[in-house]
Design a protein around this ligand. Structure first.
Ligand code: SF4
Ligand SMILES: [Zn+2]
Length: 406
């Protein structure tokens, strides 16, 4: 356990440690320190964020629609006719959210019908979030924390008697099938031990007055919003949930997360409160001709700029909101992915030889016969530009995925 040091340019209370279950998902490309900072949920940058000109949180209107239906007693048609559920959303975002809500609610209805047919008690929407954690300590511990919270993200359901708790975790496209055991165990354990709580923005959670029934059955469901397909990630008794929590070493993962000090520039920098003080992140003043660092940051790649140049609204839909049609993957994306995969494997070779010196494959996996020609032509072109060409022995290779432009 190590004492936490708040970045000098940040403000707010660092005695609350809030770990969402998704934060324990291992991410070798992420920044350990950035995640430790994210877990200090009340530490923030000074000043107010300017109002968003356009909604950039993909799930916002989808959750607004479901809240109106599941907690407000409205039909989806009524909810979708209410502009208040789509504040600052682009037409594409509105259309996506309505379609996603329809898929989701259809899947919920089907599951409830199946439960009824199997003589199982119905599961009803639960509005308060389940939050697990400690009682507030009188003094900060060695980590500088007085209150621990473990949270989950998704939509909660429970049987009338409280013995079954279930959460549905939505994904933008198809259902996410690769959630690691540690994350699923973390989610299930919050459902098992958490109290229904109020979770006001920018403040510690407050448990609602009890008594609360300890559940006997915990269910975790993944759902893909592109088609409403679901996958049962956990359907465990209370005892099994405890065992899985121990076996997956969730507590140790959370402790590692809370105590991390290593800074590694990555996608985490975009929302990192420690960025103004971070020395690990290379800075390139004026690269984009932007005079000052805006308070709201975004990550930007060459492909993003290209997409923006083609169509600003399409850029927003596909690059910011990440709304893609999960049913069809264009040939260009498939081709790019196959070429990327080959190059990544090739460049990971410790010998660091240029692609000029190695034979190229005759076909790439995952592509149809018609798609091979263009993909292989891309590899041929790459040969002329391989960054490993002529690399001297003393040079080191460091993939640089993110820079901060000030
Ligand atoms: S700015 Fe980036 S590298 Fe620095 S601590 Fe934050 S996430 Fe890590
Ligand atoms: Zn190469």
């Amino acid at each position: 356990m190590t004492a936490f040091r708040k970045p000098p340019h940040s403000i707010g209370d660092s005695t609350l440690l809030r770990i969402g279950a998704s934060l324990v998902r291992p991410d070798p490309a992420g920044c350990p320190l950035g995640r430790a900072l994210r877990a200090r949920a009340l530490v923030k940058a000074p000043g107010r964020l300017p109002a968003k000109p356009v909604e950039d949180f993909s799930f916002k209107p989808f959750f607004a629609l479901l809240d109106a239906v599941e907690h407000g007693g409205r039909s989806l048609v009524e909810a979708a006719a209410d502009p208040a559920n789509f504040r600052r959303c682009t037409p594409v975002h509105v259309a996506w959210a309505s379609e996603a809500a329809r898929h989701y609610l259809t899947a919920r209805t089907e599951q409830e019908a199946a439960r009824g047919a199997a003589n199982q008690s119905p599961l009803l929407p639960v509005a308060p979030a389940w939050v697990a954690g400690s009682k507030k300590l009188a003094q900060p511990d060695a980590r500088g924390v007085t209150q621990y919270e473990r949270t989950v993200w998704g939509r909660g359901y429970a049987s009338q008697d409280g013995r079954v708790r279930e959460i549905w975790i939505p994904s933008l496209g198809t259902v996410k099938r690769d959630r690691p055991a540690v994350e699923i165990a973390a989610v299930a354990h919050v459902l098992l031990t958490g109290a229904p709580s109020l979770t006001p923005f920018g403040a510690p959670s407050t448990p609602l007055p009890g008594p609360h029934v300890r559940p006997e059955r915990i269910r975790v469901i993944g759902v893909g919003l592109a088609d409403g397909r679901t996958e049962t990630l956990a359907d465990w008794t209370a005892e099994e949930t405890e065992q899985r929590y121990l076996r997956a070493e969730v507590a140790a993962s959370m402790a590692d997360l809370a105590d991390a000090t290593e800074a590694r520039p990555s996608a985490d920098c975009v929302r990192c409160v420690g960025l103004p003080d971070c020395v690990a992140l290379p800075r390139v003043p004026g690269l984009l001709g932007v005079a000052a660092t805006p308070r709201k940051r975004r990550s930007l790649s060459v492909s993003d700029l290209r997409a923006y140049g083609t169509c600003a609204e399409q850029y927003h839909a596909t690059r910011v909101l990440k709304l893609r049609d999960g049913r069809t993957e264009s040939a260009a994306i498939r081709r790019g992915r196959a070429v990327d995969a080959w190059l990544n494997e090739r460049h990971a070779d410790p010998a660091r030889g240029s692609c000029r010196a190695v034979p190229l494959p005759e076909h790439l996996p995952g592509l149809t016969a018609d798609e091979q020609y263009e993909a292989l032509a891309m590899l041929h072109q790459h040969r002329a530009h391989c960054p490993f060409d002529g690399l001297a022995d003393h040079e080191t290779v460091e993939p640089l995925s993110l820079i901060h432009i000030v």
